[in-house]
Design a protein around this ligand. Structure first.
Ligand SMILES: Cc1cc2nc3c(=O)[nH]c(=O)nc-3n(C[C@H](O)[C@H](O)[C@H](O)COP(=O)(O)OP(=O)(O)OC[C@H]3O[C@@H](n4cnc5c(N)ncnc54)[C@H](O)[C@@H]3O)c2cc1C
Length: 388
């Protein structure tokens, strides 16, 4: 299948590979995992290279790129570590796309240039302690107070929590139950009544800020409402672009693990021969490459279909589900090829395996993706909710 990458896209991939080698991103990946800190200089460097917000509108500092360009960049950087790709992900396929696609002129002017320069970032805030997969049960709500809204509620597992400058909060507007009552409002860090919980300590993705958010009578200006009540589908459709970014992270991590395993299999000797001469190791590596390529085809299909707009829900869900499972399998197999060294923190395999595990929960679980796919295949909705 020819995805017809442009000359610029091919050059971008090559330049990111060069940068990774030149600046020793392999070592940086291990350091971020150890220290749990992404150097702020990396974000500034990406901004100078035009990698931040390249999919956003050019009137506001972006470059009107198709999502594919960003996906290729995310994949390439995630071969070293998802943390090295994180700001490229957030600024191109994250919640900022909702503002770019559906925000007002004023909202775009206020936010997008700052995202492209690396000064701002926007977190997506959906999950609540009692509303994860069951998102439409969320209870965070805003009350119309005339010249402002009053926001109350709390969120959990919010990537960027505490560090991001802006938060796109999925909230109930008024009393309508279910998805029809949900919209999205932009909340800024530092607004009185808006506080953060302690940072999560995750198994992997170390360096990625994540925490609970608390909204206690936060006065939010009316002009911060981005998605009105009744327009929930706009939020979810745009989130499918983020899901393609999640899938690109999986392609990258798996690609990095495959390369490491291949090199190791050519160097490591057992029974006086390189282990790549054992047929089981060959078949394992062949299977890893086959699964990775299959995932890549599904993910690229969704992204290519999206162009500068939205992907098909079916294609984005299928790509994410397959890529999420693939990366767990590929990193696990890579670890096996490394033998005892794979289990050691002196080698990158255990980190890659830990990082791989996150994606099949973040951005919607495998089960919820399969429910979406099944409902499209059968052409009917399967209500998950127990009748009251
Ligand atoms: C690394 C990471 C980053 C994240 N970043 C963000 C973020 O930036 N913003 C944000 O809002 N959220 C974020 N999340 C939260 C994430 O979206 C939720 O964890 C996820 O949607 C699942 O919700 P839950 O944890 O409440 O699990 P639950 O909904 O409680 O599900 C528990 C289990 O039950 C299964 N299950 C539930 N319902 C069904 C069903 N009907 N059929 C079959 N199985 C079912 C689920 O698949 C899961 O396996 C992040 C999570 C992680 C791990």
């Amino acid at each position: 299948m020819d995805f017809g990458f442009t000359k610029e896209q091919t050059m971008l991939i090559a330049s990111l590979q060069d940068m990774g080698k030149r600046e020793n991103f392999k070592e940086l990946a291990a350091e971020i995992d150890r220290t749990r800190e992404i150097p702020p200089s990396l974000t500034k460097q990406y901004a100078k290279m035009g990698l931040l917000g390249m999919t956003l509108s050019s009137e506001y500092g972006g470059n009107d790129e198709e999502s594919m360009t960003a996906i290729l960049a995310i994949e390439e950087l995630a071969k070293f570590s998802p943390m090295i790709a994180a700001t490229v992900f957030e600024s191109n396929v994250g919640a900022v796309r909702v503002i770019d696609m559906f925000g007002t002129e004023e909202q775009k002017k206020a936010i997008l240039p700052g995202v492209c320069s690396g000064d701002f970032s926007v977190s997506v805030c959906m999950t609540e302690p009692e509303a994860g997969s069951d998102l439409t049960s969320l209870s965070t709500h805003i009350e119309d107070k005339g010249d402002h809204y009053l926001l109350n509620g709390n969120k959990c597992f919010i990537t960027g929590g505490g560090e991001a400058s802006h938060y796109l909060v999925y909230t109930r507007i008024g009393d309508i139950k279910g998805y029809k009552g949900i919209g999205g409002i932009l909340v800024e860090k530092g607004m009185p009544g808006f506080t953060f919980g302690k940072q999560e300590e995750f198994m992997g993705l170390r360096g990625m800020p994540s925490c609970d958010l608390f909204f206690d009578n936060v006065k939010v200006p009316r002009e911060n409402l981005i998605i009105k009540q009744g327009e929930f589908s706009k939020l979810m459709l745009t989130f499918d672009i983020e899901r393609c970014g999640n899938s690109a992270m999986c392609l990258g991590v798996a690609g990095g693990a495959l390369e490491e395993a291949k090199q190791y299999a050519m160097e490591r000797k057992a029974f006086n021969r390189p282990i790549c001469e054992f047929q089981d190791v060959q078949f394992t590596v062949a299977d890893m490459a086959m699964k990775l390529d299959a995932a890549r085809l599904l993910v690229y299909r969704a992204v290519e279909g999206a162009g500068k707009g939205l992907p098909s829900i079916y294609e984005a869900s299928m790509g994410k589900c397959f890529a999420n499972e693939m990366v767990k399998e590929v990193t696990d197999k890579a670890m096996q090829i490394f033998g005892g060294y794979g289990y050691s923190t002196d080698f990158p395999m255990e980190r890659m395996l830990r990082d791989a595990r996150a994606w099949s929960v973040a951005g919607g679980t495998l089960q919820m993706l399969r429910i979406t796919l099944a409902s499209m295949i059968f052409g009917r909705r399967f209500d998950q909710r127990k009748p009251e």
